[in-house]
Write a protein that binds this ligand. Structure first.
Ligand SMILES: [Zn+2]
Length: 384
């Protein structure tokens, strides 16, 4: 199936049949129900409901549409630990529920493989080798039959604490209480021929580039470095993918990633600011520092502006999942809401937003006893 295509209610054909068979494996639609034979099927109401239920469970946007994100999630969901041999493939990480199950087992036994994200990365390989050495299996970092056997024979002994959460906060504490020397990736959403949400004369890609530049300027003034993931140009072709943006931040060894977007909705009454961090209810896991950073961003924005507080939420998007540092995606309002659009169109308002975001970054690194009252931290105080 082409990863470019999307499927929704009313579509039919072999690709829909494939989607339905994946949903059937997960028990979300009955297996026997194939209205038009095995090679063709209709994306009917039942399929629509099943897709929405799946999206809800997986922490991806619930719209009933099977695009690349939902398709890949469906593909990953079918794997059970032991179904296939797992190993580290640097260029294209193996992904699936079996990897997540392995990571959960490793963490439960005290082997720190980072976070449970269902991606077989270098940390998963290292902790798997550590486990193999401990149980006397050849420490090759490959999860094959001997390792499955060892995993199954071991009683699950849950150790205290969550090593990944402790490690994340240790890294923040080690980094010290100032912004000097930090590297922050600021990611204006969309770009290229993708302009994002439109509201009257305003476009998401331009507005978010402008906001990103304001954030960048303030961060630089505090002694930290900031990189933007794209330029201002609206050239032909698509902008960087979310996986590209995450890869850029990982390769740069960034301390934080801040992705900037606005929302759009057919109902013009929908309004407000929302911040997302990495989390996956299915895997029962979220990034502890992502949650903390998202809460700080949300708090500062709502303390300094009159945007409606739509709170912070865990999401399983590639940008949040594939980044190795705390990462948030901020939806800074609804461009389809007249009030939010008027605010976002005002450069002075975007300055306030930028100040709120940088204050949240600073608070993330402040020891709790040095934390000033929300909404009152000013840029000069942030200087190292
Ligand atoms: Zn966007």
């Amino acid at each position: 199936m082409s990863s470019e295509r999307t499927f929704r209610r009313g579509d039919q054909g072999p690709a829909v049949a494939e989607i339905r068979s994946k949903l059937a494996v997960l028990g979300l639609v009955p297996d026997e129900e194939r209205p038009q034979g095995p090679l063709s099927a209709v994306f009917d109401d039942l399929t629509d409901r099943a897709v929405r239920a799946f999206q809800q469970e997986r922490g991806i946007r619930v719209d009933g549409i099977v695009g690349p994100t939902t398709y890949h999630a469906l593909d990953e969901a079918r794997w059970r630990l032991g179904d296939r041999i797992l190993f580290y493939v640097p260029a294209r990480l193996m992904a699936g529920d079996d990897v997540a199950a392995l990571q959960q087992r490793l963490l439960d036994m005290g082997f720190d493989c980072g976070r449970v994200d269902g991606l077989f990365g270098v940390e998963t390989e290292q902790s798997l080798r550590e486990f193999q050495r401990n149980v006397g299996v050849v420490a090759d970092g490959t999860c094959g039959p001997a390792t499955f056997k060892a995993l199954n024979q071991l009683t699950r002994t849950v150790v205290g604490g969550a090593p990944h959460a402790m490690r994340e906060s240790e890294a923040i504490n080690r980094a010290g209480p100032t912004l000097a020397g930090k590297l922050v990736i600021v990611d204006p959403g969309h770009g290229g021929s993708d302009h994002g949400v439109a509201g009257g004369p305003l476009h998401e890609d331009d507005l978010m580039y402008d906001l990103a530049s304001r954030v960048e300027g303030r961060l630089t003034a505090t002694g930290s470095s900031a990189f933007l993931t794209r330029g201002p140009d609206r050239q032909e072709g698509s902008g960087p993918s979310d996986a590209d943006r995450a890869g850029f931040a990982n390769a740069a060894g960034a301390d934080l990633l801040i992705s900037l977007h606005v929302e759009g909705h057919p109902n013009p009454a929908a309004s407000g600011a929302t911040t997302y961090f990495y989390g996956n209810d299915r895997y029962g896991h979220h990034s502890a520092m992502g949650l903390r950073f998202a809460s700080l961003v949300q708090r500062e924005i709502c303390a300094r502006t009159d945007l409606v507080d739509c709170r912070s939420h865990p999401m399983n998007w590639d940008l949040l999942r594939r980044t190795r540092m705390p990462a948030v995606r901020i939806e800074t309002g609804y461009l389809t809401n007249p009030g939010d659009a008027a605010r976002l169109g005002d450069p002075a308002f975007r300055d306030v937003l930028a100040e709120a975001i940088v204050a949240a970054v600073q608070r993330l690194y402040l020891p709790p006893d040095q934390d000033a009252e929300t909404g009152f931290l000013r840029i000069p105080e942030l200087r190292a």
